[in-house]
Ligand binder design. Structure first.
Ligand code: MRU
Length: 352
């Protein structure tokens, strides 16, 4: 069994998260006591990965619900302010706004402060538990694609650290490993923030699963050399036509996979599907600080005044995706299949 620390937990009126900006050198737990600090941690990517950010949003609301305002209107105003602030921190991953809106919906007609507090806590706990269960299901289902001896490439970190536990793209890898398959993971370092090198490699090194780290630039050449049997990436949001938004570099990877006949899969919970996005281009892509590209290890790597474009994500067109591995099965990235899976669906206890 793999044994990794939980990414996020709630204990004694505070939220504990792993500070992902310090990995792989230091495993430090940050204790978060209020909504403001939670928002700052999300913005600075101390916690990141769409489902983990969603869980952070839920627990951020729990922290806000602890406020001691006596007047219910003032109390609710305070909660809503926190909700808006948290939602503004990172726009692309679907789970943050999805979960916060769900929580706001639940308390809409409530005017008893104690009851509101209870409801928010209960919902947040459910969301955290569900995340782990769903990911294990994704692992089990996705592992059917993995044969003994497979070399599986992944991009960014869609591992345990991107979720509450067990991951999405790494879940089939963990499940296969736990069930005795011999596998190797090819980890793309993932410029500019190196989530592959810092986080995925850290997780794999702790679990003992063999892996090899390559630069993003080496991925196509590695495929050309017949060293990749399968690619699994995660997704931050999926459009109704099956286009998947994921970490920048995913699109180039999909193009190279097509050229070299490497099966390209996306692993994500059904909750990642955005009913309001017809196609990938309808999804807002977060643009981040130029310094993420201009400065490495506190050293400037391009002249002052250099213009930068730093999108955090890109869109993988559905035509390059062989299948989407969800907790309800592997589906084709097509609107008809996506609609079917959403039918009678249930996301975080809400009818879809
Ligand atoms: O910017 P990040 O690190 O929050 O982005 C996360 C990703 O894009 C991951 O690759 C992941 O697949 C989506 S979350 C499981």
């Amino acid at each position: 069994m793999i044994n990794l620390p939980k990414t996020i937990e709630y204990k004694d009126n505070e939220v504990r998260i792993i500070d992902q900006t310090l990995l792989p050198e230091r495993l430090k737990i940050i204790k978060i006591k209020d909504c403001e600090m939670m928002g700052k941690c999300i913005k600075e990517m101390k916690i990141r990965g769409a489902p983990a950010i969603g869980a952070a949003g839920a627990l951020g609301m729990v922290l806000a619900s602890l406020n001691d305002k006596k007047d219910v209107n003032e109390y609710l105003r305070n909660l809503k302010k926190c909700a808006e602030y948290l939602k503004s921190t990172r726009p692309t991953g679907i789970h943050l706004s999805l979960i916060i809106d769900k929580i706001l919906g639940l308390i809409e007609n409530e005017n008893d402060i104690e009851k509101i507090r209870e409801k928010i806590l209960e919902t947040a706990k459910k969301i955290l538990d569900e995340d782990e269960k769903i990911n294990k299901e994704i692992g089990k289902i996705g592992s059917e694609l993995i044969r003994n001896g497979f070399r599986i490439m992944t991009h960014c970190n869609a591992g345990s650290l991107a979720t509450v536990y067990y991951g999405t793209a790494l879940a089939p890898i963990y499940y296969s490993w736990e069930n005795g398959k011999s596998i190797t993971v090819i980890v793309n370092e993932t410029r500019p923030r190196f989530q592959g090198a810092n986080l995925t490699a850290w997780e794999l090194s702790r679990t003992g699963i063999p892996y090899i780290l390559i630069t993003d630039n080496a991925a196509a050449f590695y495929m050309k050399k017949n060293k990749v049997d399968l690619i699994i990436i995660g997704a931050d949001r999926i459009a109704m036509n099956g286009d998947a938004v994921n970490k920048i570099g995913s699109y180039s990877l999909a193009l190279a996979a097509k050229e070299h006949n490497v099966p390209f899969y996306v692993a994500a919970p059904v909750s990642t599907i955005d009913k309001n996005a017809k196609k990938g281009d309808d999804i807002v892509i977060e643009e981040r600080d130029p310094n993420e590209i201009l400065i490495i290890n506190k050293k400037r790597i391009a002249p002052k005044g250099t213009k930068v474009w730093n999108p955090a994500f890109d869109v993988v067109p559905s035509k390059y995706i062989k299948g989407i591995i969800t907790e309800k099965g592997i589906i084709k990235p097509q609107e008809e299949e996506i609609r079917k899976i959403l039918l009678n669906g249930n996301i975080y206890g809400c009818k879809i």
